[in-house]
Design a protein around this ligand. Structure first.
Ligand code: ZN
Length: 375
């Protein structure tokens, strides 16, 4: 069997909302899709089988964490990230830049790249566009991200422009360093903060590199949902229709529905996994805190519309008990459920787009969230 080319095809569009298929060396991904975050070569609290059972088709790995431990070279010696984490499907890795700026110590950003010290042991590192691309190759990432600078929010027009221009120069260097292989792709990252003219310039400049896909970066950094949606309203128009669009680091189920309506195809966020470890459940009837005493005698299933292991085998009262006792099964079960819920929302969105019924799907899902745990 020959490896398919990396491709993206649209099956349907309803308004701006798109249903498509991403084809890669490691399998196909129906879109819109949510990528579970597998930070350090593991989706926290989940076996690879459990991740698969949620319906996930693609996961994300973090370059920053993996370059520190166990190092990209060691991952390569161990057979690559797919083999190491028992995930033969597609993997997208980030460039490392965002986490350096949020986690690393003594970081310094210059034209050539970023120098920083590890938050673990203080060791000095340098990450350039070329090295980030090389690391992602060593990890065997199906989708490589360019190194960029995520502009802070708020930023003045001048700050946002200078930062965006640096990301454009780094996009070219990342692209030049990328080794093209059948079924593998590299995404450029649009920046420009909340300024429409800068977003347009960024999108146009990125396309000179003919990336296999485009990410929208620099959102969900404190601007709020209303502003994020108003930026997305024009951002997706600046990107080519025949390439996948990935909104980085977003978000709540409501954010996802709104972004899909604005033409986004791919998402990643730590929210369902992190919330699962802290007793927050995303359900058809809204967000519950499983530590709440209201659940201590509640023998109902967590979410009657969910077929996950947590919802088919356990009660709300048991989940409440597990979190009260800080048993590790609580985070495991709730991570399984939250990721399944996110996948269900995206799968429902896809079906609705294919049926040209996306608006009423969103209205139904949002209406149900208002009903609360006693519905
Ligand atoms: Zn469930």
């Amino acid at each position: 069997m020959t490896t398919p080319d990396f491709s993206f095809t649209l099956a349907a569009q309803h308004g701006q909302a798109r249903a498509g298929t991403l084809r890669t060396a490691h399998g196909e991904v129906p879109t819109p899709t949510f990528m579970a975050v597998g930070t350090a070569g593991t989706v926290k609290a989940m076996t690879a089988d459990a991740v698969r059972a949620t319906g996930a088709k693609i996961v994300l790995g973090n370059t920053y964490h993996l370059m520190l431990r166990p190092t990209a070279e060691r991952v390569a010696r161990l057979g690559g990230l797919h083999k190491m984490m028992d995930w033969p499907g597609p993997i997208l890795t980030d460039s490392g830049g965002f986490q350096i700026m949020s986690l690393a110590k003594l970081r310094k950003l210059e034209e050539k790249g970023v120098t920083f010290r590890s938050h673990i042991d203080g060791t000095a590192y340098e990450l350039t566009p070329e090295r980030s691309t090389e690391i992602q190759h060593l990890l065997d990432a199906t989708i490589t991200m360019q190194l960029d600078e995520c502009t802070k929010f708020p930023a003045t027009h001048r700050e946002a422009k200078e930062s965006m221009e640096l990301s454009i120069r780094w996009a070219k260097r990342s692209r030049d360093a990328f080794v093209k292989r059948p079924g593998y792709g590299q995404f450029g990252i649009m920046q420009g903060n909340v300024y429409e003219d800068l977003r347009r310039i960024s999108a146009e400049a990125l396309q000179e590199n003919a990336f296999e896909g485009y990410a929208i970066g620099g959102l969900a950094v404190g601007e709020g949902q209303e502003m994020m949606f108003s930026v997305l309203d024009y951002c997706t128009d600046f990107l080519p229709a025949d390439k996948p669009r990935y909104l980085m680091g977003v978000g709540t189920p409501d954010d996802l529905l709104g972004a899909v309506a604005r033409g986004v195809d791919m998402f990643d966020c730590v929210m369902p996994t992190r919330a699962g470890r802290t007793a927050r459940a995303f359900t058809s009837n809204g967000i519950f805190n499983m530590r709440n005493a209201r659940f201590q005698d509640d023998t109902r299933t967590l979410d009657a519309n969910c077929a996950c292991l947590c919802c088919t085998r356990h009660t709300r009262a048991y989940l409440h008990h597990l979190f009260r006792c800080e048993e590790m099964l609580g985070p495991m079960l709730l991570t399984i459920h939250n990721l399944t819920y996110y996948q269900n929302v995206m799968q429902g969105a896809r079906e609705a787009i294919l049926n040209h019924d996306y608006d009423s799907y969103c209205a139904d899902v949002r209406g149900q969230w208002q009903r609360g745990p006693d519905a």
